[in-house]
Structures are given as C-alpha cells and as structure tokens.
Design a protein around this ligand. Structure first.
Ligand code: AMP
Ligand code: MG
Length: 414
C-alpha cells in the first residue's frame, strides 16, 4: 500500500455545503433503528421511537389558576357581597355544586365546583367574617382552565422523532408514561491517531502529548445524543491504523482525530480508501478545520477530523452532530448562529470562514462579543475560557467595532 499523501479529490466546500452533504448522505442511508425502553428518569437526550398518548383529559377537571373565590360571574359584580360557603384546596374532592348566592374560597390548582364559572383573585376581594365583597366585574371563564382544554384523552402529545428534554420528560411523566420507547443511541467510535499521542493516564515524554481529543470527542458525542465507544489511539502506520479503523467500522459512526492533513504520516484517508471507503468531501473552507473528511465505509459513516484540538472540536460541532441527530431518529438540528455586536474591531484573512474562540455577554441586554487572543487551533486553554465561536464570513476581512456578527454558542457551557 502506498504511503503517499492523499491529494484532495474534491472542490473545497463551504461549511454550509459540507453540512448539507452530511445531512443528505446520512438521511439517504435509511436503516432500521434498534429501540429500547428507557425510564423517564434516564431518558434525557434520547429520541422517542414511539408516540406517547394521554391517559385522560388534561386538565382532568376545571382547574383554578389563582387563589381567590369561585363564584358565578354574574353574581360577583363590583360592590356585590356573597357568603363564603367553604374552602377548596388543591387535591380536594369536589362533589358539591356551588349554592345559589354563595362563593367558595379556592386555591390555585383546585377543582372549580359545578355552578361556578369564574375565579376572582383574592386581591380583588374583601373578606369580613363569612362575607366576601367583590371590587370589580368578573368575566365568565376567568382564571379557570377548562377540563380537557390542554389535551383530550388518548391524544398523542409526544411524537416519534422528538428529542427528549426536560419539558418533554415532564409531559411524559404527567400522563403516566414512566417507560419510554426510544431509539437506541447511535454508537460513535472515537479513535485518535498520532505517534506523539499517549493515553491521558500515562506521563508523556518531553515530545509527546496526552490524548485530550478522545476526551473532548467523547463529551461531544454524549452531548449530541450518541454513545461513545472509545478505541484509544492508533500510531501513524498503516498496520495499526488499519486494525483500529476496522474495529471502528463495527459502529454506526467512526470519528477519527488527526492524520488527515497533507503530511507524510497523515494516512487516514489512504487506509480508509484501501478499506473501500467512499468520500463525500475531504476539505472544507473553514479555519480551523480545513482538512475535515467525511465518507462512508460499509455501513459506517466516517469523519476524519483534523487533530489540532480546536479544529477537532469545531468540526465535530459543524459536521458530526447532524449525523448523530439523524441516526438517532430525529431530524438534523439547524446550526444555531446568533447575532451579536462586535466589541473590538477584527481583521482576518478572507477566503475561509473563521471560527474564533470568543466571549459573549448579555449584561447590557444585547449580546456583545469579543474574540479572545489565541495561539491557533492547538490552544485549548483559550477555548476553555470562551463561551462561543465568532463566525467570520469567508468574504470578510475587516469588521469594525459595533458591527453585527454571528456567533456559534458553546451549548455545553452557555
Ligand atoms: P494532525 O491533524 O494529525 O496533523 O495533528 C495536528 C496536531 O494536533 C498534532 O501535532 C498534535 O499537536 C495535535 N493532536 C493530534 N492528536 C491529538 C490528540 N489525540 N489529542 C490532543 N492533541 C492532538
Ligand atoms: Mg497526526
């Protein structure tokens, strides 16, 4: 096998085109997804494989949304006085209809008795012994959520393909769905490469570095909704790379770091090609992250991400997340770019879209962002003090203070 460098086969894509390519290719590869039953306590970040239906109407009774007095709106006129016939707390069984000419004290979340059509906030009443005087006109229906108005019995309230966040989990819990049928998380093999890389629990020699990429990648896989499968590090030789890549090809996705640049020992593409991979792109017009590679080998989608740590992180965010989304049974999330005002003027070389470590703050109401001084794509220390990437368009060279720019938030820390 040749060990020559792997010249680019493709025109360089913009990051938007590269993302579209990932989405198209992964969406095309329809495959049956394994399902598993997951406790609602553990299902955060899973994607639903089957719908969830309500077990009864919601709310199950006419529910008061305020502390106050339940009454007939027509009787609770400004200046009118009604006798308070009792009290209803949240959770109380309510069987008695409201008696004529009376009101009843009611708490938030309690059931409104038949015959009452309004709840008057306690703030708009005066109590004197058993008698309640009303200050202002009541409207029929006020401060009452009618039975069945949020959902009918047997109605689908969560659909297959929905990502489960805290509100979705609470909704499932509300309807008694304690076990949820979810898509199995896609398994994402993480393999770093490089003769200089040692495991994080080893002490590196003077010219070696610890394998931090496998740690950031595993974290990013988890945040994306995948299950990381850690394969350690492959040395920069064809034999070791080949064996470890073959192991990675047993999973849904293989993410490699390093070995995709133009150096003599950047062998990832050569080995993948030899194993029968087809490639969809092998460079993207971004910095950091330009040599990023995406392809497919057998049924496994393969990402060859450049090894400089910030490049690895940025390219994962841009390209791997949509693949994990689709393989989870969800739709691919859009890239959430947010507008912010630039604090300090910037100058970048045009031609590539730059993703610069930056800090955004909202203290004055509107987001204000500044790029952080950094040492380039190896500088994890700067990124660890950043909460976003400032996205400098490929055509932009000079951006003045006060101009509107776009940022990509680090969702893990903001
Ligand atoms: P490469 O993309 O293989 O040329 O790697 C570029 C640089 O990224 C290397 O010189 C290392 O400094 C750094 N690097 C590569 N792999 C890792 C890793 N697993 N963890 C941390 N840094 C890495
Ligand atoms: Mg390398």
């Amino acid at each position: 096998m040749s060990q020559t460098q792997f010249a680019s086969l493709f025109a360089m894509l913009s990051y938007e085109q590269a993302r579209r390519t990932v989405i198209e290719q992964v969406a095309k590869a329809k495959r049956p997804r394994a399902k598993s039953s997951v406790s609602v306590w553990d299902a955060l970040g899973f994607v639903l494989a089957e719908q969830v239906k309500t077990d009864r109407e919601y709310p199950p009774f006419d529910r008061s949304t305020r502390d106050g007095y339940a009454a007939r709106a027509s009787g609770a006129a400004p200046g009118a006085t009604l006798r308070c016939a009792g009290e209803i707390k949240a959770g109380d069984t309510v069987a008695q209809p409201l008696g004529a000419g009376t009101c009843v004290q009611i708490m938030t979340g309690a059931a409104v008795p038949a015959g009452a059509d309004a709840v008057v906030m306690i703030e708009h009443t005066h109590r004197d012994g058993d008698m309640v005087r009303f200050d202002r006109a009541a409207q029929p229906g006020q401060n009452i959520v009618p039975r069945g108005s949020e959902a009918k019995s047997g109605q689908t309230i969560l659909s297959a393909g929905m990502r489960l966040g805290y509100a979705e989990l609470a909704l499932a819990a509300q309807v008694g769905a304690t076990q949820l049928c979810c898509s199995a998380k896609p398994r994402v093999a993480v393999l770093s490469t490089g003769d200089e890389v040692v495991a994080i629990d080893q002490s590196p020699g003077a010219f070696q570095i610890r394998n931090s990429n496998s740690v950031s990648l595993a974290a990013q896989v988890r945040l994306a909704g995948g299950e990381p499968v850690l394969l350690g590090n492959a040395a920069d030789n064809v034999e070791d790379l080949r064996a470890k890549i073959q192991r990675g090809l047993q999973e849904d996705v293989l993410v490699l770091s390093g070995g995709v640049s133009m150096g003599k020992y950047d062998l990832v593409e050569t080995v993948l090609k030899d194993l029968g991979a087809e490639f969809y792109f092998d460079s993207v017009a971004i910095r950091p992250g330009k040599p990023a590679v995406f392809g497919k080998c057998g049924d496994t989608f393969v990402f060859g991400l450049p090894g400089n740590p910030v490049s690895t992180m940025v390219t994962f965010e841009l390209f791997v997340i949509p693949a994990v989304d689709l393989l989870s049974g969800a739709t691919a999330r859009d890239l959430p770019l947010v507008q912010a005002k630039l604090g300090v003027a910037l100058r970048e070389k045009p031609g590539l879209t730059h993703f610069l470590p930056a800090c955004v703050d909202w203290r004055d109401g509107a987001p204000l962002v500044n790029a952080l001084p950094w040492q380039g794509s190896g500088d994890i220390a700067t990124l660890a003090h950043a909460n976003c990437f400032l996205v400098v368009d490929a055509k932009q060279e000079q951006i003045s203070a006060g101009e509107t720019v776009r940022i990509m938030l680090r969702k893990d820390v903001t």
